[in-house]
Design a protein around this ligand. Structure first.
Ligand SMILES: Nc1nc2c(c(=O)[nH]1)N[C@H]1C(S)=C(S)[C@@H](COP(=O)(O)O)O[C@H]1N2
Ligand SMILES: [Mo]
Length: 363
């Protein structure tokens, strides 16, 4: 469908102050609003990251164009919503997390100013997706053995950067191995239809990969026998600056991170406390979480709950003394990645995975 026919607003859903922190076209989830026992993040509580605005797409005129020289028939096909829904459906639970989640801590914790949305740790959620494996779709269409790259393009308006230059629609290529692996085209979230702000009618999901890889409002997929390019892979969403090499690859797997289910600058009563939080990783389940209440001098294991994309944990603080404290939680994932105490600088403030010092005042 022509992009010009799509009406947009920045974010459509209500963003109550007690659930969200507003950042321009984006909305961050407040961690203190997450009920400790809640495994999946409902759509009305999920963070929103929009480069432009949420388009309102008409299901009757929407179609997904799949084309490119990596197909057996390069002119490709257009798939309707009904076409996709007729394919075998599958469900997968993943973490959806913005690459810039935690960005504000580069400045606030490491004294390194970085541009971009100043997320604390709430640019993240856990979602059970319903959709079809992209491999099923490509298998039916027919791809060439030498196809290497797939470019996903959204139907939201073109992104005009600060300098006033039109960079075209939000889009990002990914390797054919991911397309034929666990990539999904999704239409459902936690048992309900995908809502406008999160990609209605169909969104790409690349499990474990940085938020930008999960293109919303999917309009086309180009399958190619050459590497495809986009500003969202080649200019942004790759490491630059600091000690990173100039040819750092586009970011893929999300880092390991943790959050306390507490307000930012929490006030707590003195005495015995049981505090909760969660840890997650793009590379696999979290295997251990340790907590420090003395600025990192000593660490104690947190008690882990059952992993559902992220791992809930609790920590008993038997004698929380009055005064100001920094709560610290560090997780290790199944691949052995452990949260460091500082994250090496990168100029866009991506992938802040260091242990956050969560301020609490006990009185
Ligand atoms: N078409 C399109 N897809 C997009 C974006 C966008 O602006 N346009 N933002 C990306 C980024 S940066 C993130 S973090 C996730 C956010 O998904 P959500 O808004 O559903 O939480 O969507 C990604 N997919
Ligand atoms: Mo993002």
């Amino acid at each position: 469908m022509p992009r010009s026919e799509v009406a947009t607003a920045t974010i459509r859903k209500p963003l109550p102050e007690d659930l969200f922190i507003h950042h321009d076209t984006n909305a961050e989830m407040r961690w203190e609003s997450v009920p400790p026992g809640q495994g999946l993040t409902p759509q009305d509580r999920l963070f929103v990251r929009n480069h432009t605005g949420t388009p309102m797409i008409d299901l009757d005129t929407w179609s997904l164009r799949v084309h490119g020289d990596g197909l057996l028939a390069p002119e490709g096909v257009s798939l309707s919503y009904a076409d996709l829904r007729s394919l075998p459906a599958t469900e997968v639970t993943t973490i959806l997390e913005c690459t810039g989640n935690g960005r504000s801590f580069f400045t606030d914790q490491q004294g390194q100013p970085v541009p971009g949305t100043p997320w604390r740790m709430g640019g993240v959620g856990a979602v059970r997706w319903e959709g079809v494996r992209l491999a099923e779709v490509l298998d039916r269409i027919g791809i060439r053995a030498d196809a290497v790259s797939v470019l996903a393009t959204g139907l939201d308006p073109s992104y005009v950067c600060d300098a006033g230059i039109d960079r075209g629609p939000v889009r990002r290529p990914f390797p054919i191995a991911k397309a034929l692996g666990d990539a999904l085209l999704v239409w459902g979230v936690n048992g309900e239809p995908l809502r406008p702000d999160h990609g209605f009618p169909v969104r790409l999901v690349l499990p474990g990969w940085v938020g930008i890889a999960n293109i919303k409002w999917l309009g086309s997929l180009e399958v190619a026998t050459t590497e495809l390019a986009s500003p969202w892979s080649d200019e942004w969403y790759r490491m630059s600056g600091g000690d990173h090499p100039a040819d750092s690859p586009p970011l893929t797997t999300s880092p390991v991170r943790s959050a306390w289910e507490l307000p930012w600058e929490a006030r707590l009563p003195a005495g015995p406390l049981v505090l909760t939080g969660r840890s997650w990783s793009g590379a696999g389940p979290v295997t251990a979480v340790e907590v420090s209440v003395d600025g990192g001098a000593t660490w104690e294991p947190a008690e882990l709950g059952e992993c559902a994309a992220w791992t809930p944990w609790s920590f008993a603080w038997p004698d929380a003394p009055p005064g100001e404290h920094a709560l610290m939680a560090r997780a290790t994932d199944a691949t052995g990645r452990c949260q460091p105490l500082t994250t090496p600088f990168n100029s866009e403030g991506y992938c802040f995975d260091a242990v956050v010092r969560h301020p609490v005042e006990v009185s």
